[in-house]
Write a protein that binds this ligand. Structure first.
Ligand code: PLP
Length: 358
């Protein structure tokens, strides 16, 4: 299949990359001082510039304050589930349980201390997120961990909990850069790149510098935030090509109107599909309206057979990756930052047509 026959990729991750960025990678692939980008040293001046650009673009786009450090680490968001409690948990921590990934994060923390659950929506199959006042963090907690967007259940926080002096830690793997946030309210933000920032292989961590100095227990060097802060993400060989790709995606986001432009488009994309759900009695959204995600839209059809048929027929029309996660079933449309508005329009049209035909 040639590049002008690209499908609309609704997969939950890895996700779409901008065609422009893919072409940039192709066109400049060999142009790194007589080498390809896959071959350059992580200590070269070429990579030094890539890393600096990636950091300054992220800083500018997210409005990251001077006191926060930006790290590019490996092992995915799942390694952060463990690194966070290893480094920061001393006694107890709060975990807001809003879905599959929140539970996984909490399970890792239990290896290092007591986990309190000041909020859980497990009773209602994770169809909602907390509003302010729902979460009371116990005094003396090392931190409160939240998952800002719940990729599998299609919910997202509308407002973030007030934690006072207690550090707020957030897994933003599936909604980083999707809308404006006040980074200063967060002490640690992390996100695997493969949903909103680029290809798989790197995890962005934004950490308040004081937090990176905490030292509760002896840890291997690779597991300590201080190691990576002190070495500017170059303690060991970083994934050079992935960081390069992330830098190009960040540049593309900047060219596309920055976070304001992306947020506006994300809201338009989500509205197209939610309207198609709300204007029908055939499709039924799984998330409470107040908690709906603008990144992952989850819904059911009247029967599983119809869902299967819907997903198959959509695929034949170039709408790929709509099958819901096995934990919840149904249909899921993942429409991350890079996903084009044309794809959301095409899905909304397909939904109307499918319902009419049935
Ligand atoms: C995808 C996802 C993860 C897992 O990320 P890996 O990089 O594969 O470890 C964690 N949290 C959330 C919210 C996710 O969407």
């Amino acid at each position: 299949m040639s590049t002008n026959q690209r499908v609309f990729n609704f997969n939950a991750g890895p996700a779409s990359l901008p065609l422009e960025v893919l072409e940039e990678i192709r066109d400049n692939f060999m142009n790194f001082g007589g080498m390809s980008v896959l071959e350059i040293s992580h200590r070269s001046k070429e990579f030094g510039k890539i890393l600096d650009d990636a950091k300054s673009l992220l800083k500018e786009l997210m409005g990251i304050p001077a006191d926060h450090r930006i790290l590019f680490l490996q092992g995915g968001a799942s390694t952060q589930f463990a690194m966070i409690p290893m480094n920061l948990l001393n006694g107890s921590a709060g975990y807001s349980i809003t879905g599959y990934w929140a539970k996984k994060a909490a399970a890792e923390a239990k290896l290092f201390g007591q986990v309190n659950e000041p909020f859980s929506s497990s009773d209602t199959n994770f169809n909602k997120t907390p509003v302010n006042g729902d979460i009371k963090v116990s005094k003396g907690s090392s931190y409160l961990h939240i998952t800002t967007n719940n990729t599998i259940y299609g919910t997202e926080y509308n407002e973030y909990p007030e934690t006072g002096d207690i550090p707020l830690v957030a897994d933003m793997s599936s909604d980083i850069l999707s809308h404006k946030i006040d980074v200063n309210r967060f002490d640690l933000i992390y996100a695997g790149a493969q949903k909103n920032l680029g290809p798989a292989g790197v995890t962005v961590v934004v950490i308040r510098s004081g937090l990176a100095k905490i030292n509760h227990r002896p840890l291997p060097a690779m597991m300590k935030y201080s190691t990576h802060v002190e070495n500017d993400s170059l303690y060991n060989t970083p994934p050079v090509f992935t960081i390069y790709s992330v830098m190009l995606v960040l540049n593309w986001i900047k060219r596309s109107g920055g976070i304001e432009g992306i947020e506006k488009r994300n809201l338009e994309k989500a509205k197209l599909i939610y309207d198609a759900i709300d204007n029908s009695t055939f499709y039924k959204g799984t998330a409470e309206k107040m908690s709906r995600s603008i990144m992952n839209i989850t819904f059911n059809l009247p029967t599983e057979d119809l869902e299967e048929r819907f997903i198959k027929e959509a695929e034949l029309q170039g709408l790929v990756g709509l099958k819901g996660h096995r934990a919840i079933g149904g249909v899921r449309a993942s429409i991350y930052n890079v996903f084009p508005i044309e794809g959301a329009k095409a899905l909304a049209e397909f939904m109307k047509e499918f319902e009419r035909k049935i």
